[in-house]
Write a protein that binds this ligand. Sequence first.
Ligand code: GTP
Ligand code: MG
Ligand code: ZN
Length: 316
Amino acid sequence: MTGLVYKSTGSWYTVKTLNGKVYQCRIKGKFRLKGIKSTNPIAVGDFVNFELETKNNTVTGVIHRIQERKNYIIRKSVKLSKQTHIIATNIDLVFLLITIDNPPTFTSFIDRFLVSAEAYSINTVLLFNKIDTYDEEQLLEMKYLASIYRKIGYECIEISAKTGKNIDKVKQLMIDKVCMFSGHSGVGKSTLINVLEPGMDLKTKEISEQHHQGQHTTTFAEMFDLSFNSKIIDTPGIKGFGVVDMDHEEVGDFFPEFFKLKQDCKFNNCLHIHEPKCAIKKALEDDEVSYSRYRSYVQILEGEEEHFRTDNYDTE
Ligand SMILES: Nc1nc2c(ncn2[C@@H]2O[C@H](COP(=O)(O)OP(=O)(O)OP(=O)(O)O)[C@@H](O)[C@H]2O)c(=O)[nH]1
Ligand SMILES: [Mg+2]
Ligand SMILES: [Zn+2]
């Protein structure tokens, strides 16, 4: 039998077949995927082959094969830098939810996320959420941030999952696609799903619990079928985002605005750090490339872990 993984809770996987039957499955033996050392061998979004097994009148599935993946979003656990975790696979479109405040989302996090998505050619849309809560200064900050990413070519939508502002625009983009919501804990991923699909009633953080920093309301990635022919993967909030090992030379290729310019660098293996006649550094001086993007690039190149709580977002 063939099915799609909707949820994984460690040892059990919820798998739905093409005709809509749902089975609880586990893995037989050890699964080693070529080239990936991840803490989870199978992730939400995987197509798997499984066989049924009946024990004590209970039918469960045993997964024996994962079908080839179109793509995946993988991240390095920040603390255990050798360990990686596959967040989801076979995604058509990712929405990264960003909040200016409560919680703050810093550019270093956004850029690491985007680099990972670019590395697997996954389109990402940036959703600036909670616009109903911002004062004038925060709105300006949000507009400035959005302008940086729009200029690079990323679609940015300013939304409120609470008031429903611009939710239709998000919905339009989701039709006929497998989508994923990502972002820090508390940015409103589950709330947004609830507003997109009334009646869904996913657990979201109560206002009274909001000051309990670091507590995730959603604890496992899970896929849902939506009524407008779309699938959405809700994911637990991520704190930091460690970029999985890349060659130094290729990091710049995942910054689309650098990639466009690099043919103008004097050296074709230019890392845009100390080299003379570097087109990216020139663009930085001319304000064509944003300083925060360049800083994120240097941090990734230097292998610095993200210091998301201490790294103040500044726009110098
Ligand atoms: N004012 C306002 N509050 C919002 C908005 N979106 C979400 N919230 C609130 O923000 C809090 C966190 O929302 P959740 O949907 O639980 O956040 P999450 O991203 O799913 O968090 P995790 O599951 O922990 O990753 C809840 O109290 C929501 O009501 C918004 O647009 N405006
Ligand atoms: Mg949630
Ligand atoms: Zn250069």
